[in-house]
Design a protein around this ligand. Structure first.
Ligand SMILES: Nc1ncnc2c1ncn2[C@@H]1O[C@H](COP(=O)(O)OP(=O)(O)OP(=O)(O)O)[C@@H](O)[C@H]1O
Length: 293
């Protein structure tokens, strides 16, 4: 595929390189032939690599339709959702062409490798955009369910504007409902304690709702500030699940920091009782959010 061409609804894109993959997809970097702008092309192959081909094909097809429908629905409602530029599907695969950026994970890795902390002004700029992205999402009734630095890309001339990608496991809640029981999925370092039912894993009835996204926002702010995640040093996922399960009786310790507002907002996001966690609406009014940098 790399070096080749892919035509999506009559537009020929030149594939430059592979830029990522997920459980269901391959993602390539390409150029828009009309504007020269970099684009990302996500390809979900419907019939690939499964023993039970029929069931697998159907589930991949559904996941493509779910993602494209949510993305298109949210385009006018949320300025932080990755912009979809083109899309198409056939019997074999679904294709989404979107704006391309570098992930916040890439930036965090660069800081980790060079042993330089992310400057507080950049942390603030990134995190306030993340909170706004989730605010618009929750306002439209959607829970993301897998908030992490891999799912935010940096776009724009100086790479400081953020967009949210991968709506693969997000879901809609009816009005006045703030969570639902769900088969647990997510990334252990970012999942909220209420998503963990037992000492060994998610369980089939994890409670997932708006407050789980707020917990994950707290983990990202912690990671951008201190250079590591609260659960990062734990041996394996079993140890992480055990720790999260025990958090009902205590809280994650927040290390010292000169910015008291930052430390306070971290504590209010990383509160093990989901009912006491701040909502995104409340985060927008928190002094850390409103303070000048
Ligand atoms: N618009 C984009 N710009 C830059 N990189 C992207 C873009 N979209 C996706 N990627 C890269 O491709 C990876 C996989 O994309 P994505 O998370 O959307 O796929 P997925 O199949 O839904 O993944 P998962 O299995 O985690 O649900 C991302 O982590 C990111 O590195």
């Amino acid at each position: 595929m790399v070096g080749g061409r892919i035509v999506v609804r009559g537009v020929p894109y030149q594939i430059e390189r592979s830029i990522g993959h997920g459980l269901h997809s391959l993602v390539y970097g390409a150029r828009d032939p009309h504007t020269g702008r970099p684009v990302a092309i996500k390809i979900i192959n419907f019939d690939h690599g499964s023993h039970d081909v029929k069931a697998h094909t159907e589930s991949r097809r559904q996941s493509y339709w779910k993602e494209i429908n949510i993305l298109l629905h949210l385009q006018p409602l949320n300025p932080y959702i990755v912009r979809v530029l083109n899309h198409d599907y056939n019997n074999r695969r679904g294709i989404i062409v979107m704006e391309r950026g570098t992930t916040v994970r890439d930036t965090l890795t660069r800081h980790m490798l060079s042993k330089t902390p992310m400057p507080p002004s950049v942390v603030h700029r990134f995190w306030t955009q993340m909170v706004e992205a989730i605010y618009y999402l929750h306002r439209a009734g959607f829970v993301h369910g897998d908030i992490k630095p891999e799912n935010f890309i940096q776009v724009g001339p100086d790479g400081t504007s953020l967009r949210l990608i991968d709506m693969g496991i997000s879901f809609h809640l009816p009005p006045n409902v703030t969570s639902r029981l769900k088969t647990g999925v997510g990334t252990p370092d970012y999942v909220a304690p209420e998503m963990v039912c037992s000492g060994s894993g998610f369980g089939s009835h994890s409670r997932c709702g708006y407050s789980a996204d707020v917990w994950a926002l707290g983990v990202i702010l912690f990671e951008m500030t201190y250079g590591y995640r609260p659960l990062q040093k734990m041996r394996d996922n079993t140890a992480k699940f055990k720790f999260l399960n025990r958090l009902r009786q205590r809280e994650i310790p927040i290390p010292r920091h000169p910015d008291m507002n930052l430390r306070n907002v971290l504590g209010r996001c990383l509160t093990s009782n989901r009912r006491r966690r701040l909502t995104v609406q409340q985060l927008l009014k928190h002094p850390y959010f409103t303070e000048e940098f």
